[in-house]
Design a protein around this ligand. Structure first.
Ligand code: NAP
Ligand code: MN
Length: 271
């Protein structure tokens, strides 16, 4: 088994990376950064997002494992004091995995040039210097004309990230759907949008038709791009999925409760 380790810049993470390498050296697994079977991240959810983009070209063969060095993460199951148990699970690995949906973002420019991105959390689009105006289509039908700061389109696992901050719902990751959420929409007697988040099933897609004269900020997870001359953006659930090595299961609603409400020791455990 070939293992890559991606740690964030914190001292604590670097220390754990070293300890992990020592433990792995004692097994029949080896460290291999270029074409790994397993990518272990050490840090937070942001570290896992970076590793996802680093290995996005290998999604069909790579499985991810997240070790968190801070508070409970959504993509990070293992605590820093559980390294021995994790390496033990790795050495007994039977290839089990759990996979989650990804967002495909397809941008078409005025000159018909095209770009495709994959997001694990979400993609947002905003106009840099004025109100963003865009036609929103669901499939090929015009749904509404949006005016406001921008829009967020999130995956189920991204629903607890930026999506939640802009009033989106938390979606269980078994639901294969995308969520469109408004960022400060203008709503009055002249301009009207639905005003609530919309959840789109896997056989539908969202299209934005934008003014080619606008200057936009496009984000794909933690990455951001200043864009000009965008004509159209299509969002759909990607064919690719992200795979996590599953050695144990943390109940999704337990993570949500731990992250946003209270420590899991308080109150009853969720099954
Ligand atoms: P960051 O500024 O460190 O991220 C902001 C926070 O979001 C961090 O606490 C991060 O956790 C957490 N986070 C990331 N993915 C999450 C998920 N799927 N569910 C719940 N929380 C999550 O930047 P980053 O670490 O590079 O992460 C980029 C992501 O941050 C973006 O994709 C976006 O979703 C989110 N973000 C949110 C806001 C906001 O809520 N207003 C603003 C900017 C970015 P860790 O500390 O474990 O990394
Ligand atoms: Mn972070």
């Amino acid at each position: 088994m070939k293992i890559a380790i991606v740690a964030n810049g914190q001292e604590k993470s670097k220390k754990i990376e070293k300890e992990l390498k020592v433990l792995i050296a004692d097994t029949n697994a080896e460290i291999e950064m270029n074409s790994p079977d397993i990518v272990i991240t050490v840090g937070g959810d942001g570290t896992l997002l970076s590793a996802f983009h680093q290995y996005a070209h290998l999604l069909d063969k790579v499985r991810f494992v997240g070790i968190h060095t801070g508070h409970l993460g959504f993509y990070t199951d293992w605590r820093d004091y559980e390294l021995a148990a994790l390496v033990e699970s790795l050495s007994k690995d039977q290839g089990n995995s759990v996979s989650y949906p990804l967002l495909e973002v397809h941008v078409t420019y005025g000159n018909n040039q095209q770009k495709k991105y994959l997001a694990l959390n979400e993609s947002t689009i905003r106009n840099v210097n004025r109100t963003m105006v865009t036609d929103i289509f669901i499939k090929e039908e015009l749904f509404e004309v949006f005016r406001g700061d921008g829009l967020s389109i999130a995956t189920p696992t991204g629903s607890t990230a930026y999506n939640k901050s802009v009033g989106g719902a938390v979606l269980h990751p078994r639901i294969n759907a995308l969520q469109l959420t408004e960022i400060a929409s203008l709503n009055n007697r002249v301009y009207r949008t639905l005003g609530s988040p919309v959840v789109i099933p896997s056989d539908e897609w969202i299209q934005l038709k934008l003014s080619e004269h606008g200057e936009y900020l496009l984000t794909i997870d933690q990455l951001n791009f200043k864009e000009q001359n965008i004509k159209k953006i299509v969002y759909k659930i990607a064919k690719e999925r992200i795979h996590f090595a599953s050695y144990r299961h943390t109940h999704f609603w337990l993570r949500v409760r731990d992250a946003f409400i209270c420590d899991s020791k308080v109150g009853e455990a969720l099954e």
